[in-house]
Design a protein around this ligand. Structure first.
Ligand SMILES: [Zn+2]
Length: 302
């Protein structure tokens, strides 16, 4: 028994009891002697499943089963990072220790129930997208932003992003109805909403450095002068970044004009859009029509 305990100390796999039970079963199957401690130790090493998490206690396991936390810049799962750390330290992570650790992460609690929206969100998160990274872990560094994201029936509105003053956190909700749209329209909506979330982090003063609206003069200008200042800022000062974020995801799949046109959707009620020549707006709106209810556009994650 001592040998088996020693052996599991060097593994980072399933729970100790599961490992013990399974190892014994294997040994019985192979007809080996239970008194052969070297064989026992070797068996433990061979049967450890490294994809599971021996160093999370039950509460932590449950937490990660319910909440998939993803680092917004690297796309890495927070649970994997913590698992590796716990394995390296040979120390079980408790819920109390986890809560303390999570204070130091920007993270996203993904509870998107619609499979296609969830699949596309994950693809976007894993694509190292500049705008997603910049907005969600706003201006880099550690923030207190823990973005909760899910899908629900929004009656045709693509998505909403808001800040709950009670828990001091932003939320994004995607309409389940967008799940039948083209990839490019769904990804556009995700990039667009991430900027709302990033802006809220600044305005609500939840930034780790204590930044508020006065610390971001460009944003402050729109905040002071427009009622729809989120969209005015996005259309007037951040539009190029938005278009290149969309292009970053799709590469050469579409023309620059398509990326630009799709990104204008939702920002058409702005001064910047209205300032475009009528001919350009016609061109853009024709592209909207082409993608709207399209049966030929790319639809992945089906
Ligand atoms: Zn918006």
């Amino acid at each position: 028994m001592k040998a088996l305990q020693d052996a599991t100390k060097n593994s980072c796999g399933e729970s100790y009891n599961d490992l013990l039970a399974r190892t014994y079963l294997n040994i019985m199957d192979q007809g080996k002697s239970c008194t052969d401690s070297a064989a026992l130790a070797a068996e433990v090493n061979n049967t450890v499943d490294k994809t599971k998490t021996v160093f999370f206690d039950d509460e932590v396991m449950e937490f990660f089963e319910e909440n998939e936390l993803i680092d917004p810049c690297s796309g890495e799962k927070i649970s994997d990072m913590l698992k590796n750390e716990a394995c390296a330290n040979q120390k079980t992570l408790t819920m109390e220790a986890l809560e303390e650790k999570l204070d130091g992460f920007d993270y996203i609690i993904n509870n998107i129930s619609n499979p296609r929206i969830n699949c596309l969100w994950k693809k976007l998160m894993n694509s190292n997208n500049n705008v997603i990274c910049e907005q969600i872990s706003y201006y880099e560094g550690k923030t207190e932003l823990n973005l909760k994201i899910f899908s629900q029936d929004l009656n045709g509105q693509n998505a909403i992003t808001w800040f709950d003053d009670r828990d001091g956190q932003p939320y994004i909700s995607f309409d389940e109805g967008i799940s039948t749209k083209c990839d490019i329209e769904i990804i556009k909506t995700m990039i667009h909403e991430s900027v709302h979330a990033g802006i809220l982090n600044i305005v609500k003063g939840t930034h780790a450095a204590g930044w508020g609206i006065n610390d971001v003069p460009e944003l402050k200008n729109y905040y002071d002068n427009y009622s729809l200042w989120h969209h005015e800022y996005m259309a007037g000062a951040y539009f190029e970044e938005l278009v290149s974020a969309l292009k970053q995801y799709f590469g050469n799949e579409y023309t620059d004009l398509v990326y630009e046109a799709i990104m204008w959707k939702g920002l058409h009620n702005t001064t910047a859009y209205r300032a475009l020549p009528q001919s350009k707006r016609n061109q853009i709106e024709n592209i909207w029509d082409q993608f709207n209810n399209s049966t030929t556009c790319k639809k992945s994650c089906l």
